[in-house]
Design a binder for this molecule. Structure first.
Ligand SMILES: *Cc1c(COP(=O)(O)O)cnc(C)c1O
Length: 463
């Protein structure tokens, strides 16, 4: 390690940079030195191969690599994209109650699997499962690490050798994102995909004709991140449930997001199907994400018939996808929030829903306030413009939520450089670039972050 420290001291500009980098706290010195050592080695090899960089070029290169590395450390970001559930920016922010509870549970012991009145081993997630079932009007419910895991374990439970065919409409073979596709998830779960219908039209008789002695279930997948319009048809959930049950099969629905509130009552946007509705329509099990429109932590919720949920929890594979105490705590607080709110349309304490429900007029006033706090020269570079926000995260792809944006230009800086300066500001501000301007959409900025926006704008515009 001694030589590492020497390596760092030999590069004074890098040394200074290392002590100032990373928004929240300095990078560990041992990490910086090993990083710099590796970069010096890379240059050494390049020089042996004939490269002839100057000392200054090497220093600048290492400094810029180090800056990029420091920026990759997980840190808070102000989401000014207008996309509420932004997968790249961590999907749903948690409510403050849930976060506070998390600190309390995380820094001490808790009754994770301990029955306090009896002093004996207790049931893991027992409270959460009862609360979920109550909220979702389901016989039973449980939670796993994410919705993909919920789907995999459901498929594994219901597909047995010789009875593993899963019937899915060709209009629902969704790619979720990051390259994950429903057919591939089925395959890794030991299921045999049986596609029915056409891309635009699937009829109840297509499903009926595909049922054989090997059929394990009918699977309905919500088209969460794209929409199908024009000459289209599909059976209703009620029709599908009748068919499945007549033939002694379960009907499973992957809802993807699954909103617990009626989203169309929060803003003039689409109605995202709710798990409650799916279960009422006869679906035997639904699964959906905890960190999309639910506004909780990364998790996958499974709800429906008691016999199926209990069977899933007995699968050996359940152990591999079960939630840890931190996730269980946050999810429990989040579900309690819903149960305490005046349903069906009170979004308070669920930030993702609050963002959907904010009045555009309030957003405009906040934008005006932010600009008013800038010095005149910087005010001249900013303007207010109507904008369109989206729920994102593979939810309601057609829904446009009216919003307000601050548009920013800089006289002596390219627009890409300006956007980069904002993204590497303290805190980082992620906007979008459109028509030669950086746009900061107010809908996804927390009101308590308005002061940070003023600070970062001043810092990048006054360079
Ligand atoms: C998002 C989504 C998933 C995956 O959810 P994760 O919680 O990210 O695993 C599965 N199915 C559908 C239809 C989705 O929209």
């Amino acid at each position: 390690m001694a030589s590492h420290h020497q390596a760092l001291r030999a590069l004074p500009s890098v040394e200074i940079l290392a002590t100032t980098l990373s928004g929240q706290s300095p990078l560990p010195r041992a990490l910086v030195t090993s990083f710099v050592q590796r970069e010096i080695n890379r240059h050494r090899h390049a020089i042996l191969d004939g490269a002839t960089p100057t000392r200054e070029q090497i220093e600048n290169d290492i400094a810029s690599q180090l800056r990029a590395f420091a920026a990759s450390r997980l840190q808070p970001v102000i989401n000014a994209t207008g996309v509420i559930i932004h997968t790249n920016l961590g999907r749903s922010p948690l409510g403050i109650h849930a976060a506070n509870k998390l600190t309390e549970i995380a820094t001490g012991y808790c009754n994770l699997e301990f029955n306090l009145p009896e002093g004996t081993r207790g049931k893991r997630a027992g409270y959460l499962e009862t609360a979920l079932a109550s909220l979702l009007e389901a016989e039973d419910a449980t939670a796993v690490n994410n919705c993909a895991a919920a789907l995999v374990i459901t498929l594994r439970h219901l597909c047995k050798a010789g009875k593993n065919e899963v019937i899915v409409s060709r209009g629902e073979l969704v790619e979720i994102g990051g390259g994950f596709r429903i057919p591939e998830i089925l395959e890794t779960s030991g299921a045999q995909l049986v596609e029915v219908g056409a891309t635009n039209k699937t009829h109840i008789k297509d499903y009926a004709n595909a049922i054989t002695a090997n059929t394990a279930m009918i699977l309905k997948v919500h088209r969460s991140n794209f929409y199908l319009g024009g000459f289209t048809a599909e059976p209703t959930t009620i029709e599908l449930a009748e068919l499945a049950h007549d033939r002694g099969l379960p009907l499973i629905e992957d809802l993807g997001s699954g909103a617990l509130l009626n989203t169309d009552e929060l803003a003039p946007i689409d109605h995202e199907p709710t798990p409650q509705q799916a279960l009422r329509n006869g679906v035997d099990l639904v699964c959906f994400s905890g960190d999309k429109l639910l506004g909780g932590p990364q998790s996958g919720i499974i709800a429906g018939k008691h016999k199926l949920v209990a069977g899933i929890k007995k699968e050996p594979f359940f152990r591999a996808v079960r939630c840890d105490k931190l996730i269980l705590t946050v999810l429990q607080e989040c579900i309690d929030t819903y149960l305490s709110n005046r349903l069906p349309k009170d979004p308070s304490n669920v930030p993702a829903l609050d963002f959907i429900a904010h009045q555009t007029e309030t957003l405009r006033q906040r934008a005006e306030n932010i600009i008013a706090q800038l010095p005149d020269a910087n005010q001249a570079l900013c303007a207010i413009s109507p904008s369109i926000a989206r729920t994102g995260g593979g939810t309601m792809p057609q829904s446009e939520i009216p919003s307000v944006a601050i548009t920013v230009t800089a006289p002596n800086t390219s627009i890409t450089k300006l956007a980069k300066n904002l993204r590497t500001g303290r805190p980082a501000v992620v906007g979008t670039v459109e028509e030669g301007k950086v746009r900061l959409d107010m809908r996804t900025i927390f009101p308590h972050q308005d002061g940070d926006i003023v600070t970062v704008l001043n810092s990048v515009l006054s360079r």
